[in-house]
Design a protein around this ligand. Structure first.
Ligand SMILES: Nc1ncnc2c1ncn2[C@@H]1O[C@H](COP(=O)(O)OP(=O)(O)O)[C@@H](O)[C@H]1O
Ligand SMILES: [Mg+2]
Length: 219
């Protein structure tokens, strides 16, 4: 069975895709066959590189859009709403099957959630439910600055409440010259969660060769 990681975060735009891409690239750089998975992508109308495109590029895999992200929508809305606007509902069984198929051909799979852990995929199925169904250890991406302790602890607590393992927290983007607040946040999250807290600097996304390695020790 493929080794798996599920990348979640304290919310949207915290760097889940960038962190998932860096983990995928690190695993691929170790010579492993890596695939990626993202249950739903929204905001395709915005015309920037999509999550599934960046993930595919980082993993160096040849999965189709459909194989990486079975549900893809134009509006930048929560997946349950984007699906409703398209006149459909996201089917948990289809997600589980697609994730299993993506893992099937790989030695390692990196999954990215949508928004935070308690975001609904369908009216009764949250990102957390999918994470629990897949059973992979979590990586929690959070900002480095003020407010992040609360957001990170809430996310770790929500994960542990359903028996999910948190393998690491990643503070992103980590400043070149971290101040008192960032350094204290890192130490405080480490001591209150007993989870390893890693950091990722701002990257040149166009040049994966320049990215640092990001190895997750569990999972
Ligand atoms: N470490 C980083 N280096 C460069 N750009 C980053 C980094 N982290 C986040 N970004 C940028 O910030 C935005 C949000 O990041 P993204 O990974 O898409 O967040 P999420 O997947 O959590 O919504 C994107 O435009 C992304 O390119
Ligand atoms: Mg993303």
């Amino acid at each position: 069975m493929a080794q798996g990681i599920f990348v979640t975060g304290t919310g949207t735009e915290v760097g889940k895709t960038v962190v998932a891409a860096t983990i995928a690239r690190t695993l691929a750089g170790e010579g492993r066959r890596v695939t990626v998975f993202k249950p739903a992508v929204t905001g395709l109308d915005e015309g920037v590189e999509t999550d599934h495109e960046l993930l595919r590029r980082a993993a160096g895999c040849d999965q189709s859009d459909e194989e990486i992200a079975p549900y893809r929508y134009g509006p930048p809305a929560s997946p349950h709403l984007a699906a409703a606007l398209a006149g459909e509902e996201i089917d948990p069984e289809r997600l589980r099957n697609a994730a299993a198929a993506a893992a099937g051909g790989a030695e390692a799979i990196v999954c990215e959630g949508v928004g935070g852990l308690l975001v609904p995929l369908s009216p009764s199925y949250l990102v957390r439910d999918l994470a629990a169904d897949l059973g992979y250890p979590l990586v929690v991406v959070a900002g480095p600055g003020l407010g992040t302790i609360n957001h990170t602890l809430l996310t770790v607590e929500a994960a542990r409440a359903v028996g999910l393992e948190v393998a690491a927290v990643v503070l992103n983007p980590w400043p070149e010259d971290p101040g008192e607040i960032e350094r204290s946040n890192r130490e405080t999250i480490t001591s209150l969660t007993e989870v390893e807290v890693l950091t990722l600097p701002r990257l040149d996304l166009a040049d994966p060769g320049s990215w640092p390695g990001l190895a997750i020790s569990r999972g």
